[in-house]
Design a protein around this ligand. Structure first.
Ligand code: ZN
Length: 299
């Protein structure tokens, strides 16, 4: 079977209450990216954070972190556009990427497109109520087409996130329109426990995603369980030819009562994949599988 693309999702907006090894600052993220690459990850995804863990979407954070990652390995860089922490217009949301594209040392390899909009309020499990009630992750069709145009302009690869079937259907329309090229790299975002915008992180939740992959276009899919344990599904994902995106950003992974580091989570996926006959894809192999274009820096 095909090699497996493993992505390390090192921090998202996760706190250190669940796992103290969540990296926040550039040097912490750089160290984790390097260690995850050594274990077999081909892609790293991270969010800018302050020393106390608040979101930090200052382009300077990404420039420093990307350059540090680049200096240590060839792992592919997948930045964020800030999720709900960045509520600027389409141009403003893409501004950090525009800055990154000014130098080969800081240019990423992917830029994300979450292909729809969802309510992403936080559920308080202990108290049985929502902690927020107005959080909407808004990605209008026009905004997505703007992102796609900028992504194509720079020769980046679009990282297409699908939170539910309606997102996948929008991806299909973009493929029909030529807004996106094949193969479409689709990340099925499942959500558990404290956020309900995605499919449940269960076999049925994943099956409902894969059932609606566009049939007439070439696609490559990976899966995330935001706020849930993806290891409940990794065997199935590996068996079905999917790819795995995982890390402490999504879930406070432990083993034998011990908090795991990001690189240990990656090592666990690699061991599982190898046991099923799938070797981790190197960076060069990942580029080939996804037919990634060549990057053009900003003039
Ligand atoms: Zn993210």
């Amino acid at each position: 079977m095909d090699k497996i693309i493993i992505e390390a999702r090192v921090n998202e907006l996760a706190t250190r209450r669940g796992n103290p090894h969540v990296p926040f600052l550039p040097r912490e993220i750089i160290a984790d990216a390097t260690a995850c690459h050594d274990e077999g990850a081909a892609i790293v995804h991270f969010h800018g954070r302050t020393a106390d863990g608040a979101p930090d979407h200052d382009p300077a954070f990404y420039l420093e972190t990307n350059a540090g990652i680049r200096a240590r390995s060839d792992i592919l860089i997948h930045p964020t556009l800030g999720y709900v922490a960045n509520d600027a217009d389409a141009k403003g949301r893409f501004a950090a990427v525009e800055e990154m594209m000014k130098s080969a040392d800081t240019a990423p390899d992917f830029a994300p497109m979450d292909c729809g909009s969802v309510n992403v309020d936080w559920w308080n499990t202990q108290e049985g109520r929502y902690d927020t009630t107005e959080l909407i992750y808004k990605n209008s069709t026009g905004t997505l087409m703007y992102f796609a145009e900028r992504i194509r302009h720079y020769g980046l690869a679009p990282y297409l996130v699908s939170w539910n079937v309606s997102f996948t259907r929008q991806i299909e329309q973009f493929l029909k329109m030529g807004v996106l090229a094949e193969p479409a790299y689709v990340c099925f975002c499942m959500t558990d426990e404290i956020i309900f915008a995605g499919h449940p992180g269960s076999e049925a939740g994943l099956d409902a995603h894969t059932a609606f992959l566009p049939k007439e276009f070439r696609t490559v899919w990976t899966a995330v369980n935001y706020k849930g344990d993806l290891f409940q599904l990794t065997e199935k994902i590996i068996r079905q030819g999917g790819h795995v995106s995982i890390g402490l950003g999504d879930y406070a992974y432990t083993a034998d009562g011990r908090n795991l580091r990001n690189a240990e989570v990656i090592a666990k996926v690699v061991a599982q994949a190898r046991a099923s006959g799938r070797e981790p894809a190197t960076v060069a192999e990942t580029r080939q599988i996804l037919n990634m274009p060549k990057i053009r820096l900003a003039a």
